[in-house]
Design a protein around this ligand. Structure first.
Ligand SMILES: *Cc1c(COP(=O)(O)O)cnc(C)c1O
Length: 398
């Protein structure tokens, strides 16, 4: 049984803050400070370059990859961490295109996170081979999976609305028409149970700084189906993916048959120390129980907001099974209302054009937080505090 009192205690949240933004940047585990101090003093300062061997720096891409993989249903040896998610989008889609070289359509959806679409645009330009990117509305994706499509690249949980694709159904249909599937699990890993191995997706990618609480700029991950490890093309062919990195050959030869071939170059080892202690908390949590609790808290939140905050309109699916672990409401004065809420120490965020977004993260958010947050929101609306001049100015990051 997941002890949610215990997991809550593992995070060092500022006194009085209600943090409903763990879907965007997870909070800091208490163990982060000693872990970073240890990394600096016992590893970098003391062992210096020896640490690559003595502190296993070189293999952390894989040991941490396996630990992240465990949370998404990936078997050992199929997931590595490193680089950023944008890079992993490029890497996975490029590899997917090469598996179906005669097809020229990449299918995504209009709700995908822009960087995923931008990276594919750049990749298509580089290939200069008549590719097109289709982005139908999320609800039209299933019927758009046709024999024209080479790669289906979708984000399981929509970053704005929380709408969740049916992963299993998409994979089955895509494979039936001979397409390759890339899932972006940025808003799934640590949010909802995922079974990349059981559903037999070709690729999965994601980041570890959202629900996994790995810290700002924490490494991304990539999963490759075991059946592809022998043949998958690592187009970003860096020395870290080479068969023998320390042979320093002038020619690239990918690591045969292993996920190492999807590594690129020297990763941010300092951030690995932070990811490791964040995953220690996840080791004590059951993903099914975390999801069940997320549904309970989300239902409470939706009920309270709808009862007490007129003007806010639910844009997330009402059916919990069709939703990730964040809840979004549209509101005409959404940006200013969110700024007022943040000033009251309830942290959510805003996504253009009018969406107030709240991450529901049971590892450190409980029922009392949900009620307190809605109390504050209700008062802001009653007092029309969103009209205050101080809440109108747009910050660089929303
Ligand atoms: C958060 C997120 C990203 C961010 O990519 P970075 O390279 O880490 O900046 C990309 N795609 C999706 C779907 C996301 O939710």
């Amino acid at each position: 049984m997941t002890d949610f009192e215990w997991t809550r205690q593992q995070f060092d949240l500022p006194e009085g803050m209600i943090y409903l933004n763990g879907n965007s940047l997870g909070p800091m585990p208490r163990a982060s400070v000693p872990a970073m101090t240890n990394f600096l003093t016992d590893e970098w300062r003391t062992e210096l370059i020896k640490s690559w061997n003595t502190k296993n720096w070189f293999t952390q891409t894989n040991t941490l990859g396996d630990r992240v993989g465990h949370l998404i249903g990936a078997g050992a040896g199929t997931t590595v961490v490193g680089d950023t998610l944008s890079i992993k989008v490029f890497q996975a889609v490029a590899a997917g295109m090469a598996m179906v070289p005669e097809r020229r359509v990449v299918l995504s959806d209009s709700g995908n996170f822009p960087t995923d679409l931008y990276m594919v645009e750049g990749l298509m330009k580089l290939k200069d081979a008549g590719y097109t990117l289709h982005t139908p509305a999320p609800e039209d994706v299933m019927e758009a999976i046709t024999e024209e499509v080479g790669v289906v690249m979708l984000t399981e949980v929509d970053y704005r609305t929380g709408r969740r694709h049916d992963m299993k159904a998409v994979i089955e249909k895509a494979h039936a028409v001979g397409a390759v599937v890339v899932w972006d699990l940025a808003h799934s890993a640590g949010a909802v149970p995922v079974d990349v191995g059981g559903f037999d997706t070709d690729f999965a990618i994601g980041c570890t700084y959202k629900y996994l609480n790995g810290g700002p700029g924490a490494p991304a991950f990539i999963y490759v189906a075991p059946r592809l490890l022998e043949t998958v093309e690592p187009f970003l062919s860096g020395w870290y993916g080479h068969e023998a990195p320390f042979a320093f050959d002038t020619d690239y030869r990918p690591m045969p048959g292993k996920i190492e071939r999807m590594r690129i170059g020297t990763p941010s080892i300092a951030s690995f120390a932070l990811l490791s202690v964040a995953l220690d908390i996840w080791d004590k949590a059951d993903m099914g129980e975390v999801h069940a609790k997320s549904i309970e808290l989300s239902e409470l939140f939706i009920r309270e907001v709808e009862a007490r905050c007129p003007g806010l309109k639910l844009v997330s699916p009402r059916d919990p099974a069709a939703r990730g672990s964040h809840v979004s409401f549209a509101f005409e004065h959404g940006y200013a209302a969110m700024q007022a809420l943040i000033a009251d120490n309830v942290i959510g965020d805003f996504r253009a054009p009018d969406v107030m977004r709240f991450g529901i993260t049971p590892l450190f958010v409980n029922e009392a937080d949900i009620i307190d947050a809605v109390d504050k929101l209700e008062r802001i609306l009653e007092e029309e505090r969103f009209k205050d001049a101080e809440f109108q100015k747009r910050a660089l990051v929303t």
